[in-house]
Design a protein around this ligand. Structure first.
Ligand code: FAD
Length: 361
């Protein structure tokens, strides 16, 4: 049996929920299909000590403020999961958890959405599947030869995972690769624990934002950049011009204690560790790749829209090659700061308005 609706939203993380909020305001009928069995999107899988790079009240979806943390401390991932679960319930969003979308195909004047629990037919689709399911690890010489443990950000939990059983004095050696927020936070987590010998490696010297600047500024800067580009005033450089790493308290603590200094990228991996440009060698038990993600767009393959770097060309959130498809939340290429809690609301509002206009024709 095929079910019918105006709009299918693929993915029920923060981007899918923000889309639901605005589709409801437009008076459209819709369903949100989410592969995960429970609410929270990728926040359910983040490491134990992760801290948001903005205070709670600056990390909110449309309509409802995220509850503040005591003394304005930055929330952890569990707080976001609780907020998203409550958001879904409070707005009674029709999220069908445990439904994976396999394919979106054109069919006459509609789009057919094939899932592992049946078929939907919609007049428009919003894809909000995030990037978490597509961790990226760069091709590095010797990577296949390294015999220790290799893991990506998505599998990192806590320093205790690297402890040597039965020996509290021995320290594992771990190399953390990546100069972004994940790399800095995980390197700090390991360095502050004291049970791990950590070597932090970045392709270029790490660029910390000034200590008094957090994620709030990232949203403002992304917005200012979009305005400047729209008004033909040239590229202001956007978020990247500020720096790469928000100095959240644990990162600051590790940096100020002198435990967070980065080394330039190694030239190759060996069976037992990393070889440096000067010929030196560091033995390692494990490597944590904090090297980013790619958009999870496999379900859109039948639409044949993929361009360079696996992205789909968009005008705002709308796919250029398919006006009934919108992409939400993957990164700045689908709207300024649309891959953040505070930024996705505006992109979701624009997508819902655009779809309402299209369907009213
Ligand atoms: P996700 O949260 O990944 O949700 C996507 C949902 O789609 C999932 O539930 C998934 O199961 C589902 N899905 C995927 N494929 C399918 C399919 N084929 N069919 C059906 N369902 C599917 N942002 C901030 O604002 N503040 C921060 O401090 C912050 N810190 C971050 C720290 C890290 C380490 C990372 C990685 C990101 C951080 N972000 C932060 C960025 C951003 O908020 C997250 O990436 C956010 O989770 C993206 O939300 P999303 O809804 O787009 O994707």
């Amino acid at each position: 049996m095929t079910r019918h609706t105006d709009v299918v939203v693929v993915g029920g993380g923060q981007a899918g929920l923000a889309a639901g909020y605005h589709l409801r305001r437009q008076g459209l009928d819709f369903a949100v299909l989410d592969a995960d069995p429970e609410p929270g999107g990728s926040w359910r899988y983040m490491w134990d000590s992760l801290r948001l790079f903005s205070p709670a009240e600056h990390s909110s979806l449309p309509g409802r403020l995220m509850p503040a943390r005591p003394c304005g401390t930055y929330p952890g991932a569990g707080h976001v999961v609780a907020y998203l679960s409550d958001y879904e319930k409070r707005y009674d969003l029709p999220v069908q958890h445990g439904t994976r979308v396999d394919a979106v195909c054109r069919d006459g004047d509609g789009l057919v959405v094939e899932t592992d629990t049946g078929t939907w037919r919609a007049r428009a689709v919003i894809s909000a599947t995030g990037t978490w399911s597509r961790p990226f690890v760069p091709a590095v010489p010797g990577r296949g030869r390294f015999t220790g443990r290799q893991l990506h950000t998505v599998s990192y939990r806590c320093p205790a995972d690297f402890a040597i059983p039965g020996d509290r004095s021995a320290r594992r050696s771990v190399i953390v690769v990546g100069g972004g927020n994940s790399g800095a936070q995980i390197a700090a987590d390991l360095a502050l624990d004291g049970g791990v010998q950590v070597t932090w490696v970045t392709r270029r010297p790490p660029r910390f934002l000034p200590d008094d600047i957090d994620g709030r500024a990232l949203f403002d800067v992304a917005t200012a950049r979009r305005r400047a580009l729209e008004q033909g005033r040239g590229d202001t450089g956007g978020v990247a011009s500020l720096g790469d790493i928000v100095a959240v308290p644990p990162v600051r603590a590790a940096r100020d204690a002198g435990r967070l200094s980065a080394k330039p990228m190694f030239t190759r991996l060996t069976a037992t560790g990393a070889r440096w440009a000067d010929g030196g060698h560091t033995c390692a038990d494990a490597i944590v790749w904090c090297t980013g993600f790619r958009p999870a767009l496999a379900h859109l393959a039948p639409l044949d829209l993929r361009g360079p770097r696996g992205h789909i060309a968009t005008a705002g959130t709308r796919a250029l090659g398919e006006p009934r498809l919108h992409l939400l939340g993957y990164g700045d290429w689908t709207g300024p700061a649309s891959a953040t809690l505070i930024g996705v609301g505006r992109a979701a509002r624009d997508a819902a308005r655009d779809i309402a206009l299209l369907l009213s024709d």
